[in-house]
Ligand binder design. Structure first.
Ligand code: NDP
Ligand code: 2IT
Length: 445
């Protein structure tokens, strides 16, 4: 079986050259699903794995727009519709200069299993562009978003593919894209999630990924006989996921002492003033180093990766892929970290994961731990279909229930397949099993 998995991996590398993040994401899944494949020879016969690693459809397109100086700019747009076995393609749109096909494919691939774990009927997809919203005027962002949607709209739909936010895509960008979709399609539908509350958005979607991460981690803590009270927490990033992870962890009694952006990190031993971070990041779109101007007892250190040298009990990486390498994981472990749960997608390198798992650290994998965002997007889709809106408390309670179900699936699959305590393997096996069964039922397609 090991040999079979290695041969599929070799094919993936050969057919998708120059896409190391995609290889990494596929390898991480394939190496952990061997026990499931051993119990299900029909998946091998049906070539489920070979089909799963090949996106159903990949769309790449030109995105021309005019900047404030009157110059024409050309970006590249992507939507990878990876797998629709259990529902319409669902996943965010990333706007960041580092975006290329390999990044979108890694994210789309992970999304398949994550979405399966949410218990809601959504398939996996991802999209985005190498456009950088940072430093652009609102008009420039609007021009880009309208041009992006002018091509994308024909490929998506409320029962086909429902994009949402990710790095660089927040409420502003979703608004511009929704407006353009509505105009082109002449229909008002739930074609995007993360919408504004006045036009079909769901309460608690903004908070959902960060809150969900904390609900998932709460279960990890409980299984170790403890809770958030008095724990020192380091949260990387200062975007949507990081801010609401901080908020919920703080509400539950933890002290978040460090946060970052791509330029550097701040340490505030008295507990980070989240209202200040929200003002800096959500309102002014400023850099995190400005925090120390109003908080002189805090420190700012240039260079974002140094954040992992801040001693803590719990680390929540919430910025980007491969933000913790093996050496940085070893520093965290030597400094006494006991719990690591991933808010970002694939933030730990394979070496970092091996270091955590080999040191007895409780490790919550991204596919499961950050599933609350997309789960609440699915709740937004439900509300749109029913043409009603639930209260914040209703959505938050459903999110909480879903995160408990996600956690239970990880634990139960790990137990059932002889990997007790390995939440990463459990997440991959449970997600794979659901999708593989659906693919089998649909025949060869
Ligand atoms: P945001 O754009 O709101 O925030 C991203 C944060 O990460 C910023 O602080 C940003 O700093 C930092 N960051 C981004 N890229 C890098 C980089 N290359 N190096 C260092 N820091 C970086 O994005 P989100 O909070 O939405 O997303 C964060 C992570 O969570 C991503 O991995 C995303 O895929 C994942 N995720 C998001 C979900 C959601 O619902 N939004 C759901 C599940 C996962 P700066 O401002 O300096 O760029
Ligand atoms: O990575 C993710 O799960 C997201 N960016 C959220 C996707 C969504 O459709 O809400």
């Amino acid at each position: 079986m090991q040999q079979y998995v290695e041969s599929v991996m070799a094919q993936v590398k050969a057919r998708n050259a120059g896409e190391p993040e995609f290889h990494q994401a596929v390898h991480e899944v394939l190496e952990t699903i061997v026990p499931v494949l051993e119990k299900h020879p029909e998946f091998i016969k049906d070539k489920i794995v070979e089909r799963l690693v090949e996106p159903e459809r990949q769309i790449m397109f030109r995105v021309p727009w005019v900047d404030d100086k009157g110059e024409v700019q050309v970006n590249r747009g992507f939507r990878v519709q990876f797998n629709s076995a259990i529902g319409p393609y669902k996943g965010g749109l990333r706007l960041h200069p580092s975006v290329y096909l390999g990044i979108i494919k890694f994210l789309g691939f992970e999304q398949i299993f994550k979405n399966a774990l949410t218990t809601t009927p959504i398939g996996g997809g991802k999209g985005g562009s190498d456009f950088d919203p940072k430093g652009k005027s609102d008009r420039e962002v609007m021009a880009f978003c309208q041009s992006f949607m002018t091509e994308l709209w024909r490929h998506i739909g409320p029962d086909t593919d429902v994009p949402a936010g990710d790095i660089g895509t927040g409420a502003r960008e979703i608004g511009y894209m929704f407006g353009q979709y509505k105009r082109l399609s002449n229909s008002f539908t739930g074609v995007l999630t993360g919408k504004g509350l006045e036009w079909g958005g769901s309460l608690a979607r903004t908070q959902a990924t960060g809150y969900g991460l904390v609900y998932y981690t709460t279960r990890m803590l409980a299984d170790a006989g403890t809770d958030w009270n008095g724990k020192k927490v380091v949260v990387s990033g200062s975007g949507n996921v990081a801010i609401y992870a901080n908020e919920k962890a703080t509400q539950l009694g933890a002290k978040v002492i460090a946060m970052s952006d791509s330029n550097g990190y701040i340490v505030d031993e008295s507990g980070i003033d989240l209202a200040c971070i929200k003002e800096l990041k959500e309102v002014r779109r400023a850099r995190i180093k400005e925090y120390v101007a109003s908080h002189p007892s805090a420190q700012y250190v240039e260079g974002c990766r140094g954040i992992w040298s801040v001693p803590c009990d719990i680390a929540l990486p919430c910025a980007t892929q491969n933000e913790i390498n093996g050496d940085e994981a070893a520093i965290l472990v030597n400094n006494g970290v006991k719990f690591v749960a991933e808010g970002a997608n694939m933030p730990s390198t394979p070496e970092a994961i091996a270091t955590f798992q080999g040191s007895g650290i409780a490790f919550g994998p991204a596919k499961a731990a950050n599933a609350g965002g997309v789960a609440t997007s699915a709740l937004e889709m439900s509300q749109n279909s029913m043409r009603l809106a639930w209260t914040f408390e209703e959505v938050d309670a459903k999110l909480h229930g879903i995160m408990n179900a996600v956690y239970d699936q990880c634990v139960n699959a790990a137990d059932a397949y002889g990997q007790k305590g390995n939440l990463a393997a459990g997440a991959n096996m449970a997600g794979f099993l659901k999708v593989a069964k659906a693919m089998s039922a649909h025949g060869v397609c």
